[in-house]
Ligand binder design. Structure first.
Ligand SMILES: Cc1cc2nc3c(=O)[nH]c(=O)nc-3n(C[C@H](O)[C@H](O)[C@H](O)COP(=O)(O)OP(=O)(O)OC[C@H]3O[C@@H](n4cnc5c(N)ncnc54)[C@H](O)[C@@H]3O)c2cc1C
Length: 469
């Protein structure tokens, strides 16, 4: 069992925070190859495995943006401002409503297209960097408005973080987004359904198990503590981290005395952090803003896409001029237009450019801007956080579990694999999807495939069917 990273209890928590403020951030611990993770698991070997690594992906550098301590929605607005009416920005991180989602990215593409139309003369040449949902949405609208548009994409495919894999799987699996959030009032579910893509309602009621495999009645204590801490933080003079809000509000002072099931009140706060806060944001409570970490209990009307999210992109991109496998590494502009330099050394010029690369790429400064981006943009890039959530898809010959629950979680341990989604009741196929979030994702990203799979299978042991049951 891995040592817990979030220290509960007012006294210990405060002293750790005080210490943390004085020293450099701790280095990411080396990948665990301890005997426990490499010991053959009782869980059978899967027949197909797919594992993501979004934090090391050079064209993403993380999974989606989150509100870091001190970041505000105004930072997103600032990031979305055009520079000299030549260099425009879009992408999920610029979305004030629903950042970090497909809807947010899509809306940013719609907005930037209207910004460009507001200043560009008919027939101008517009270059778009990035063929994710934001870039393709903007391109489609600008082409319809009569502009000459070329989309430049670093990868050899379109879609960006929307990444569906169909071969080797009984149904298309999603390496990026799987859910349409709050779909009751979203256009996306109708649009995907119209394209023939299967979406299924996904109720987020988890089955909770102890490490020993016992099914446990979920407790609301953790969610209540987080809600109490966020409400306390809303009344403070300045933003603090969710971790500090939990500690300073007293909400983290939960009993550590185990009950008959071996679980304490504090275990339920750990559980809430691992299975909700970290998974929804890709960040630890010490990184998240208590002011702008929204009430995630609202993730109710979700639908899960099991028929290929990428269909949305292929349909939208039909007929667009696309330059794939082309990395942009410099964006320069003056009052006459823009000039882009590619990794190949080639240059392209246009009247205006829309940059839709992920926040993680902007943070990494792999694209040089000339002149340098204004202070407000640089401030926003530094202030907003890029979270990490990775996925592992496992396909088995036959199910080793006997539960029909769709969402599996473990309480009483900060498992690296916080949440498992059982695709069997949804698709009839013995396929599991594991989610790894925040510092666990960063640490596991360094494991080789064998060690990673061993860790995943060990994490699944509580869900092994008990013979004779
Ligand atoms: C694991 C995971 C799970 C998620 N789950 C959900 C979910 O369930 N529901 C939901 O709504 N959202 C989810 N999201 C978030 C969602 O995928 C994103 O918000 C959305 O797809 C972002 O779209 P975008 O167009 O802003 O960026 P991207 O899709 O990242 O597009 C940017 C494009 O820019 C390209 N690029 C980068 N650098 C360069 C360069 N130098 N030159 C040229 N091109 C470059 C990239 O290759 C990419 O194609 C998830 C994301 C991940 C990673």
């Amino acid at each position: 069992m891995k040592r817990r990273t979030f220290l509960l209890g007012t006294a210990s928590g405060l002293s750790v925070l005080a210490l943390a403020a004085c020293v450099a951030p701790a280095p990411v611990p080396p990948p665990s190859t301890s005997p426990s993770t490499l010991t053959p698991s009782l869980v059978p070997q899967p027949i197909t495995v797919d594992r993501t690594n979004w934090s090391t992906d050079p064209f993403s550098r993380g999974s989606f943006s989150y509100a870091a301590v001190g970041a505000t929605p105004e930072h997103r607005t600032a990031l979305g401002q055009a520079v000299d009416a030549r260099v425009f920005f879009a992408g999920e991180a610029t979305a004030v409503d629903e950042p970090g989602t497909v809807q947010g990215a899509r809306a940013s593409g719609v907005l930037v297209a209207s910004q460009v139309q507001g200043v560009a003369a008919p027939g101008e040449r517009i270059t778009i960097v990035g063929a994710g949902i934001a870039g393709i949405t903007a391109a489609r609208r600008l082409v319809a408005a009569g502009f000459s548009v070329v989309v430049i994409e670093a990868r050899d495919r379109i879609g960006g973080r929307i990444d569906t894999v169909s071969s080797d799987w009984p149904f298309p699996i999603e390496r990026g987004p799987s859910f349409v959030h709050h779909s009751s009032d979203s256009f996306l579910d109708n649009e995907l359904t119209a394209l023939g893509v299967t979406l299924l309602p996904f109720e987020r009621t988890p089955e909770v198990r102890s490490r020993a495999g016992a099914v446990v009645e979920p407790s609301p204590l953790g969610a209540q503590a987080v809600a109490g801490a966020l409400s306390w933080a809303a009344d403070q003079q300045q933003d603090v981290s969710v971790e500090r809000a939990l500690i300073d509000s007293g909400e983290a002072s939960l009993s550590k005395t185990p009950n008959a099931e071996g679980l304490s009140d504090a275990d339920w706060l750990e559980y809430e952090i691992a299975t909700r806060l970290k998974v929804e944001t890709g960040a630890t409570p010490s990184q998240q803003s208590a002011w702008y970490t929204t009430d995630i209990a609202s993730a109710d009307n979700d639908q899960i896409v099991v028929g290929g999210y990428s269909t949305l992109l292929t349909s939208e991109a039909a007929g667009l001029e696309l330059l794939l496998s082309s990395v942009v590494n410099r964006v320069a502009h003056d009052d006459r237009g823009v000039s882009l330099r590619l990794g190949t050394g080639e240059s392209l010029s246009a009247d205006r450019v829309i940059v839709t690369v992920p926040l993680g790429v902007l943070k990494n400064a792999t694209i040089e801007f000339s002149p340098a981006l204004p202070f407000a943009h640089r401030g926003a890039i530094a202030a907003l956080g890029m979270g990490v959530v990775d996925k592992v898809w496992l396909r088995f010959d036959v199910p080793f579990w006997d539960t029909a629950a769709r969402l599996w979680t473990i309480v009483g341990e900060d498992s690296d694999f916080a949440v498992w989604i059982n695709m069997m009741p949804l698709t009839g196929e013995p396929v599991l999807l594991g989610l790894i979030a925040a510092e666990n994702a960063t640490r596991l990203s360094a494991l080789d495939d064998d060690a990673f799979l061993a860790a995943a299978l060990a994490a699944l042991e509580p869900f092994l069917a008990v013979p004779g049951d």
